[in-house]
Design a protein around this ligand. Structure first.
Ligand code: NAD
Length: 355
């Protein structure tokens, strides 16, 4: 990868690399855009096959955070941390305290919290070294795990898609295929069942599926078959890049709405989905619930305000679907445009009287 070319193309402000000998920490922080406020975005820990794959993930995810915050009406920018390591083997107090020191050097220009491979407990360690972490357990003054609020937003996205497609937002009797039953997918499945939907679910961890299948009457399916399951809504709630040139033609759903970041391997696949008559709820709109929660925590957490704001995802998406239909553009193109428009407007306002 030509790093500076890639940064120029995507519009990043800053990329930081940190290696800490004592703890073994290898972390990359990508700050994409701070027009609206300090960059905010979780910390992912994965055993990346290559350093390039880790950097690519940081660049793409941080860009997505800029649009997510802008579209959700937040006063934060986009950033992301990736740690190269195995969350099952490589976590330690030293590792997360070293990460905390690293983040503290940015003096609030970037704030982070849990993401795939990390959890709120990890940031209790990081918190000892920096104030700039969010999503801590309530016992440490935080708003706690973001999984359920993210799921709340995903359900709103599903309801908006059903409303747009069928004229009713009701999940009752709808068939929903959930890929991944982790911190978010678990609550998506639970909320969908509570709303009267029939849920088919898959996870690469068979214990997780077994637990919810027996407790809630969920139909379990194979992790690789779930993409091709006939259903009303396919909900990707595992990792990204699930919609590829191959899978786009295998989908047997009317709607794609889930929590995973970067569901499309390439944004152009949004046009292919539309051409197949599949309504796509852009991931960075549907999964903004967790971000809305932690952003509120920074300004003084208010649960009801957060819920209200997350429920607003329904109206935001209805508008995006309407504009996409009217313009013949994909829902992703419309959503990115709307987010960029807000960035430009706020930037212009800030220029009015200087900062
Ligand atoms: P998680 O790690 O808790 O859960 C992911 C689950 O997916 C795990 O149970 C894992 O076993 C399973 N999985 C992985 N690959 C799979 C596959 N190929 N098929 C089926 N299952 C598979 O992560 P999470 O916090 O639930 O996040 C899920 C997705 O949502 C991620 O893409 C994350 O970036 C995104 N997201 C999460 C939040 C949040 O608040 N946690 C907010 C916004 C977006």
């Amino acid at each position: 990868m030509e790093i500076f070319e890639e940064i120029k193309r995507r519009g990043h402000e800053q990329i930081l690399f940190n290696y800490d000998r004592a703890s073994g920490l290898k972390a990359i922080i990508a700050i994409h855009n701070t027009t609206l406020g300090p960059a905010l975005g979780g910390c992912r820990m994965l055993p990346y096959q290559t350093e390039e794959a880790a950097l690519e993930d940081a660049l793409r995810l941080s860009e997505g955070m800029t649009y997510k915050a802008a579209a959700a009406g937040l006063d934060f920018g986009g950033g992301k941390t990736v740690i190269i390591g195995d969350p099952m083997k490589d976590k330690s107090e030293a590792l997360f305290r070293a990460l905390g020191r690293f983040i503290e050097t940015l003096k609030g220009r970037y704030l982070t919290g849990e993401d795939v491979g990390t959890n709120e407990e990890d940031f209790v360690w990081a918190r000892r070294e920096t104030r700039y972490v969010v999503g801590l357990p309530p016992a440490y003054g935080g708003s706690g795990d973001t999984g359920d609020n993210t799921a709340r937003g995903v359900i709103q996205a599903m309801r908006a898609a059903l409303m747009h497609r069928y004229g009713s937002p009701d999940l009752q009797g709808r068939r929903i295929a959930v890929q991944g039953l982790g911190k978010v997918g678990y609550h998506v499945a639970r909320r969908a069942i509570e709303a009267g939907a029939r849920v088919i679910a898959a996870d690469i961890n068979p214990h997780v599926v077994g637990r919810v299948a027996s407790a809630w009457g969920i139909e379990a399916t194979d992790p690789w078959a779930v993409v091709e399951t006939p259903c009303d809504i396919f909900a990707p709630c595992a990792l990204g890049n699930v919609i590829t040139e191959r899978t786009v033609s295998a989908l047997q759903c009317q709607v794609v709405a889930g929590s995973a970041n970067n569901q499309l391997a390439d944004d152009r696949l949004a046009d292919d989905l539309a051409a197949r008559g599949i309504l796509y709820a852009p991931d960075f709109i549907a999964n903004a619930g967790g971000l809305i929660q932690v952003a509120d925590e920074i300004r003084g957490y208010h649960e009801e305000r957060v819920r209200h704001q997350i429920d607003g995802i329904y109206d935001v998406l209805l508008e995006i679907f309407r504009k996409a239909d009217a313009s013949g553009r994909s829902t992703v193109a419309v959503a990115v445009d709307e987010a960029r428009r807000r960035l430009d407007t706020i930037q212009a306002i800030h220029r009015l009287y200087g900062s």
